[in-house]
Design a protein around this ligand. Structure first.
Ligand SMILES: Cc1cc2nc3c(=O)[nH]c(=O)nc-3n(C[C@H](O)[C@H](O)[C@H](O)COP(=O)(O)OP(=O)(O)OC[C@H]3O[C@@H](n4cnc5c(N)ncnc54)[C@H](O)[C@@H]3O)c2cc1C
Length: 540
């Protein structure tokens, strides 16, 4: 038992080392999440129980174990027969079991109101404990709208993908109670530009055979994969089942990627050796079909950085509350307060914008859909550019121990850049934003309406919005796309905080992020209401 650890050692007394964090309910200890979930119309009951389970010490230890013992590839059995399997540590399966039973992948599709908002909050909570297992569940969640392109396939797969249970066995889909689905688009010669895919699809009766490779295929133990391949009519979307009736499909694992972080998640390289596939959507309409899946995974890549920032700040807050330097608790040191208060603004901004986007995913009007399309890209871009900065600073708050694997800081730090890279890297997202605004007048209109909604509440915001509109009366050239996206996302966040967050948060955000009354380094601020901002981190 941790509490029974011995303080008095033969050579010295251990003191001024913060206690190991025990159970910490991730729902009750996060009033900011509770506020934005209420605004977005999410469901509190499933989140309360999921946040409670995730925050238990035992679950957080399992999350660490799943990363300390990464998955192993098993290509062949002892007789040289192909297996193409991945073995995971029991802690990984434990995390999957908890999250799948809570409804991470399924709750958005059960027909109840607020499903996407609830799902997005689950993503945010899970990222705080074990981000790696989120990958297969996010892809499973996101595959549902793409599968709708083929009703016959959807009727078989959808009930299994939306079941609230976890079945890791390798069996044909018909023999399983629940299933997961992955995505394999990226090839060696190009990931962002999927039209450069060289995998070939050849018709074989009422299905197809795929031949080629995929350079990244995370979650290779999924029961099926959505993929793209060149058919005679052009790039087409396909579903590849991992298991056929009676035999494994010819999806050969080549190796697992040796990654910076995201260790618990098995990201692989695969080859399709005339693997059997079913067509989804029209021949030649591959991008249009799979983009439905990409759109939904982007929601999760916008929420994950908010969760990572929250996890890093919760650790930092616990540390400063229990550690003293120079005869004073760190949490009472004015400069430390400036650092923490400044970081809170990034986290609360990302969480608030992310949940507003999730609310739009739940909406049914053309305006909701248009807002979701444009705002998910803005949220993904901004949150992921801030996440590594915030996690690095939070790590430094712990001093030397922040760099040590006994704490969760290294895990969070290694994860921080990832959601900015996959599902559209920064530049690609910014160019997508320009394309969406150019092609979709309704997206531009709803975005402007959301920005205008806060006009009249703060003179600084009003002036900044006017300056933004004056600078870019039309869309910028490609070379300025990042500046435009950053500014738009910051203003959108400010607009939401002005309407829905306490004055200390909105005022602080506008002073530092919109009006530039700060340096470029976190904590280079003055005049923030540090008491109120640090209070936002109130953990148990
Ligand atoms: C851990 C991990 C897991 C992954 N899992 C999967 C998976 O399961 N399935 C899957 O399909 N993929 C997966 N990916 C791949 C990921 O989606 C791609 O790596 C990503 O889309 C970028 O593609 P790329 O690596 O080919 O880079 P490139 O497309 O070569 O891009 C390189 C850089 O150039 C920039 N760029 C591209 N076009 C332009 C332009 N026009 N102007 C300016 N800059 C530009 C990009 O923003 C990027 O920064 C995974 C990646 C990682 C790291």
């Amino acid at each position: 038992m941790i509490s029974a650890a011995r303080h008095t050692l033969p050579t010295h007394e251990v003191h001024n080392q913060p206690p190991v964090r025990g159970d910490c309910d991730l729902w009750t200890s996060d009033p900011v999440l509770q506020n934005v979930i209420a605004l977005a119309g999410g469901r509190t009951e499933p989140l309360a129980s999921y946040g409670n389970i995730l925050g238990r010490r035992e679950t957080r230890d399992a999350g660490m174990d799943a990363n300390r013992h990464p998955p192993e590839i098993r290509l062949f059995d002892q007789g040289g027969r192909r297996l193409d399997e991945v073995r995971f540590h029991p802690a990984y399966h434990q995390m999957m079991q908890i999250s799948q039973s809570a409804g991470y992948a399924s709750i958005a599709w059960d027909g109840q109101p607020g499903g996407h908002a609830t799902h997005a909050a689950m993503m945010y909570l899970a990222s705080q404990v074990e981000p790696g297992h989120c990958c297969p569940m996010t892809m499973t969640y996101a595959s549902i709208p793409a599968l709708a392109a083929n009703e016959a396939i959807a009727s078989v797969w959808r009930p299994k993908l939306t079941a609230r249970s976890y079945d890791p066995s390798t069996k044909p889909i018909g023999e399983k109670d629940s299933a997961t689905l992955g995505m394999a688009m990226t090839e060696k010669q190009g990931g962002s530009d999927v039209r450069a895919n060289t995998t070939i699809a050849t018709r074989d009766g009422d299905h197809w055979r795929l031949r080629g490779h995929k350079w990244f295929c995370s979650a290779p133990m999924s029961d099926g994969f959505l993929t793209l391949a060149q058919a005679p009519g052009g790039l087409t979307c396909f579903l590849l089942p991992r298991w056929l009736e009676g035999e494994r499909n010819a999806i050969h694992l080549m190796r697992l990627k040796d990654k910076l972080g995201n260790k618990s998640n098995a990201s692989s390289e695969v080859e399709f050796n005339d693997a059997l596939a079913y067509q989804l959507g029209d021949e030649g309409a591959g991008v249009r079909t799979i983009i439905e899946m990409v759109h939904h995974t982007r929601l999760d890549t916008a929420m994950a950085p908010a969760g990572l920032m929250r996890a890093a700040l919760a650790e930092a807050h616990h540390w400063v509350a229990h550690r003293s330097t120079f005869q004073r608790r760190l949490i009472d040191q004015p400069l430390m307060r400036s650092v923490l208060a400044d970081l809170v603004l990034d986290w609360e901004g990302a969480l608030t914008l992310g949940m507003r986007v999730a609310q739009a995913f739940d909406g049914t009007t053309p305006e909701d859909r248009a807002f979701a399309r444009i705002a998910v890209a803005l949220a993904k871009f901004l949150a992921n550019k801030r996440c590594p900065v915030v996690t690095v600073e939070a790590m430094e708050v712990l001093g030397g121990m922040g760099y040590v694997e006994d704490t969760t800081m290294p895990l969070i730090y290694r994860e921080a850049p990832l959601n900015g890279i996959w599902e559209g890297s920064g530049n690609v997202i910014c160019l997508d934003i320009l394309r969406s605004l150019a092609r979709d007048p309704l997206a531009a209109e709803v975005l402007q309406a959301e920005l205008s909604a806060a006009v009249g509440t703060d003179r600084g915001y009003d002036a900044a919005l006017k300056e933004h509109r004056d600078r870019w009366p039309t869309l910028p050239a490609e070379a300025e796309a990042r500046w435009f996206a950053e500014r738009t996302a910051l203003l959108l966040t400010a607009s939401l905080l002005l309407r829905h967050a306490p004055g200390a948060v909105a005022d602080g955000y506008i002073a530092t992020r919109i009006l530039g009354n700060s340096g470029h380094i976190p904590g280079s601020v003055s005049g923030l209401d540090t008491e109120a901002l640090i209070q936002r981190l109130s953990t148990q």
